[in-house]
Write a protein of this length. Structure first.
Length: 312
């Protein structure tokens, strides 16, 4: 049980974009503690951007409630940086003017960090500060958009596929900058399709599919809740929560919840983050898992409330 204010807390959040399309986010409940680097993963069209836009206060939930740093998303906006997938910037401004604009917009907070913004924007110093935004490559635009977010020293950074068009060195530099920001208390939520990079850069996971939350929790807790089985015998599915079974050569592998002992000749191992995430992406109907640290206050209160009801 923690009394600390969560970076994000969602209770039954739902959102529909049109009547014909139906819900694009449905019944999302989770808690993201502050200071985490959270990977938001899911297939195309899963609802990741919609969730980020809800947290940024650019959309309002049709159902449920969402709080950001203990306030409504609109009230928390000054403490949040949002970098959209399309990295919108003013095309006629130069890079230097864009950073000046960022400094000006954040003057009242007294938190603007010009050296940090310049380090990210100019990277290896090959970029001329007087280059217009419209003349930048996709990766250079991304660097400038992220420079604005990091320069703001926001308490919560919402990044929609930030690494997509960065080269490997820039990715490494940006990951380092994000980890340093998290060490000083910033919470980062970043959507990504690059599962292999999650383990080294993130410590929290939200996996969505079909607008619903499938996995939520500290990465370590989510991975430890699963076991990878390898064997040749038939798996007794009545004794295990099976996420996925696959044939490998003459044998089989199965990713199961670590909630029951396998029967028969099975080698049980700890899966990698990638194995857990890929299995849930392949089987989006697998039972969801809300690990303890990701349980929202309403869910934490529920057992206590129930025991009080029973006592009455
Ligand atoms: N303005 C809109 N009007 C109608 N439908 C929308 C709108 N915005 C998003 N959607 C639908 O909502 C669903 C979720 O979209 P969203 O952009 O949140 O997915 P995503 O997980 O970010 O996808 P990707 O990985 O492809 O970026 C999609 O099916 C999309 O078509």
């Amino acid at each position: 049980m923690t009394d600390a204010v969560a970076a994000l807390e969602a209770a039954g959040v739902g959102m529909s974009c049109s009547r014909r399309r139906g819900a694009v986010v449905e019944d999302c409940s989770f808690r993201l503690p502050q200071g985490r680097i959270c990977a938001l993963v899911g297939p195309n069209g899963a609802g990741k951007t919609t969730l980020l836009r809800l947290a940024a206060g650019l959309l309002r939930p049709a159902r449920g409630t969402l709080s950001v740093l203990g306030r409504t998303p609109a009230a928390a906006r000054g403490r949040v940086a949002y970098v959209a997938q399309s990295k919108p910037l003013h095309p006629h401004l130069s890079v230097a003017d864009t950073l000046r604009f960022g400094a000006e917009l954040n003057r009242d907070t007294g938190r603007w960090d010009q050296p940090a913004a310049e380090r990210i924007a100019y990277g290896d110093e090959t970029l001329d500060p007087f280059t217009k935004i419209r003349a930048l490559s996709g990766g250079q635009r991304t660097r400038v958009a992220l420079a604005l977010a990091l320069g703001k020293r926001a308490e919560l950074m919402l990044l929609d596929e930030p690494m997509g068009d960065l080269d490997p060195l820039a990715r490494r530099q940006l990951t380092g900058a994000l980890m340093a920001a998290a060490e000083s208390g910033t919470t980062i939520v970043m959507s990504s399709h690059v599962i292999t990079e999650l383990e080294s850069s993130c410590d929290f996971l939200l996996l969505v599919a079909g607008g619903r939350l499938r996995l939520a929790g500290a990465l370590e807790e989510v991975v430890s809740a699963h076991t990878l089985l390898t064997g040749t015998s038939a798996l007794d599915t009545s004794r295990q929560t099976v996420i996925e079974q696959r044939s490998v050569g003459r044998g089989r592998t199965a990713l199961v919840r670590a909630d029951g002992a396998p029967v028969g000749e099975w080698l049980a191992e700890r899966p990698t983050v990638e194995e857990v995430v890929l299995a849930h992406l392949r089987n989006t109907q697998a039972p969801p898992l809300l690990a303890e640290e990701a349980a929202p206050e309403s869910a934490r209160r529920a057992p206590h409330a129930r025991s009080q009801e029973n006592a009455a």
